[in-house]
Unconditional design. Structure first.
Lengths: 280, 351
């Protein structure tokens, strides 16, 4: 009897504490959501006193018209370009690191892995003159430039995570195809790639979130016409301008794409992070 | 390692001599096979060399010269080089604003990993016990991970808003009647309310730690804890259920089970979370940039932001060299500090 009583009390305590923590964890999101969907006057009187009748989507429309649309387009271009480059070059290389022997393999692997640790500041300062030399400092080439930097800095994660997925493929399958006369590239494309696809999707999602959320590179390397949403938000966030409604609406719009991706492909996302974090 | 795997591609041992046709079929392909790996790695390595190795090398080299961003140091124009040896390093290392940034970064390096590891361990164990609703709770804690750090900073600026009519935190403190209080507890000075200007100071004798930094650590912690929760809950799935059952039979309560069975099984995930959050803390830029810009005065200036300002905010002064010196110092500290982890990582892969 006492044992049952204690465990019931314990269960209540466990559920109670995690519920309280989860609610606290959601307050910042609720605060931003409320600020984004309320008129400024209501925000000024405490968003927690809101009445549902006040809710409006006007803030989103205004933020969108005040230049956020351009930032959003830039965000999509940069992110998609960077993810495509990283995933394609990364899965080719990751396959080689996981499945083939070649000279300087250990050295180059080590160098690539350092991108997971070394801060991006190590390349930031000479980057602008370097972009000028390469002709990546103006016009649409800027998109390519920053996407290539993201590719270089995602290289460590790419071979680390994608390599883990390629390493899981049973050797027998690859060997069988090779005996049947398939060349290396055929083995990669017809056998390894389809088998590692779930892993590649998780990596692509993580890379998407990572590139989408980058502020430092975009702020440093891009001119106003090519900056993404993160920079747009940082520009909007001027404490002395009374425009919390616009800032909040912009913030919600900026976090929406990764969030939707996350919600739609939650399993892939978690699995990818899991593989990146615990395998190795 | 992979070399062993690929060695199975080689013909089987002579005991089962391969048929002549098979050998003949393989020979012509072996040349292509030898080149194949290089073709596979070439695109990534080319991008990596051009957009990481080369710029990193230029950063290291240019840290020995004096230059400003208006006329950046260029490896191909020796005529304009102004070699200063280690001067950028000595200037940096004797600059009070550098040490101020080091102190603030040190606050991040200590507080942030402790918060992340401690809290995500607690949450993960709670989630593990609440099996039925576990996934829902886990999603709540993972959710902020997808948010960019500057968006997280902005969201928390709303929370921290000093006006109790706008900021929910101060509204709560106002209800409790402690808003604007002024406390002194030994070396600790607290002013709850003005979170982003001056929430308090910890006087350590040799230095004053500004608690404004803690106000910035919290949003980062909020955004990053999801990583800890994912990693640790993943580690918990590996705990053998029989062990937990056996403990229950022996009369262990939830606390004892967590303390003696779950935590010891989690050493590896905990190390991963700890190391990754240390790396994260030293790289901190976005949140500080968007919430305080390093201010008020230099109270929240961290190394990553100091470097950025020296390189890009003062175009007309010859501080580029000093900025690169900071970048080199930061990278050296990170690589040296995470060296054991890095080696473990590489060893684990080649096992």
């Amino acid at each position: 009897m006492t044992a049952v009583g204690r465990s019931r009390w314990m269960t209540f305590l466990l559920y109670g504490s995690i519920t309280v923590l989860a609610v606290v964890w959601l307050v910042p999101m609720l605060s931003a959501l409320a600020t984004a969907t309320l008129p400024l006057s209501q925000t000024r009187a405490g968003w927690w006193n809101l009445s549902p009748a006040d809710l409006t989507f006007g803030n989103f429309a205004r933020a969108w018209d005040q230049g956020l649309s351009r930032y959003a387009v830039n965000s999509f271009i940069i992110t998609i370009l960077a993810v495509v480059l990283t995933v394609s070059a990364g899965s080719l290389a990751a396959y080689a690191y996981a499945r083939m022997a070649f000279r300087l393999k250990a050295t180059t692997y080590f160098l690539l892995i350092t991108t997971m640790i070394v801060p991006v500041q190590i390349i930031l300062i000479p980057m602008l003159p370097w972009f000028r030399t390469l002709g990546l400092n103006a016009g649409p080439q800027e998109y390519l430039g920053i996407a290539l930097v993201h590719t270089a800095f995602g290289a460590g994660w790419a071979i680390f995570m994608l390599g883990a997925f390629f390493a899981q493929i049973p050797e027998d399958l690859l060997e069988a195809a090779r005996i049947d006369g398939a060349g290396w590239f055929d083995v990669f494309r017809r056998i390894a790639l389809p088998l590692a696809l779930p892993g590649i999707v998780s990596f692509a999602i993580i890379d998407f979130v990572f590139v989408w959320n980058d502020l430092l590179l975009a702020l440093t390397l891009l001119d106003r016409a090519h900056q993404p949403l993160t920079v747009g938000l940082a520009n909007l966030q001027t404490p002395h301008l009374a425009q919390e409604d616009l800032v909040a609406a912009g913030t919600i719009m900026a976090i929406l794409p990764p969030l939707v991706l996350f919600a739609a492909l939650n399993r892939f996302y978690v699995r990818g992070l899991f593989a990146g974090a615990t395998k190795g | 390692m992979a070399s062993r795997r690929t060695s199975t591609v080689a013909p089987p041992p002579p005991a089962t001599a391969p048929p002549a046709a098979w050998v003949a079929q393989r020979r012509p392909r072996s040349r292509a096979e030898r080149f194949a790996p290089y073709i596979f790695v070439a695109p990534l390595l080319a991008v990596f060399a051009a957009f990481y190795l080369w710029p990193a090398l230029v950063t290291v080299l240019s840290s020995f010269f004096r230059w400003g961003l208006l006329r950046p140091w260029s490896p191909v124009e020796p005529a304009r080089w102004r070699f200063v040896g280690l001067e950028n390093y000595t200037t940096t290392l004797t600059d009070p604003s550098f040490w101020n940034a080091v102190l603030n970064t040190a606050v991040w390096l200590v507080v942030f990993p402790l918060l992340v590891v401690g809290f995500s361990l607690l949450v993960s164990i709670l989630i593990w016990y609440t099996t039925r609703a576990g996934t829902v709770f886990r999603t709540v804690f993972i959710l902020p991970m997808t948010i960019s750090l500057d968006a997280a900073g902005i969201i928390w600026s709303f929370i921290y808003n000093a006006d109790p009519q706008i900021g929910v935190l101060n509204a709560a403190l106002d209800r409790l009647g402690i808003l604007g209080a002024d406390w002194r507890l030994g070396p600790l000075e607290l002013h709850p309310g003005s979170w982003l200007s001056n929430p308090g100071v910890l006087h350590l004798g040799f230095a004053d730690v500004r608690l404004t930094n803690l106000a910035l650590v919290i949003p980062a912690f909020w955004a990053f804890t999801g990583f800890g929760v994912i990693t640790i809950t993943a580690g918990l799935t590996a705990v053998p259920y029989e062990l937990v059952e056996a403990a229950k039979v022996d009369g262990a309560n939830a606390w004892q089970t967590a303390r003696h069975i779950l935590v010891p099984a989690l050493r590896r995930p905990l190390v991963v979370v700890g190391v990754v959050s240390v790396i994260f803390a030293l790289r901190t830029f976005d949140i500080v940039y968007v919430m305080t810009g390093g201010g008020p005065a230099q109270d929240t200036m961290v190394l990553a932001l100091l470097l950025w300002q020296q390189a890009f905010a003062f175009l007309d002064t010859p501080q580029g060299g000093q900025a690169t010196a900071i970048a080199v110092l930061m990278s050296a500290v990170l690589v040296a500090g995470s060296w054991p982890y890095l080696r473990q990582l590489l060893a684990g892969r080649s096992r």
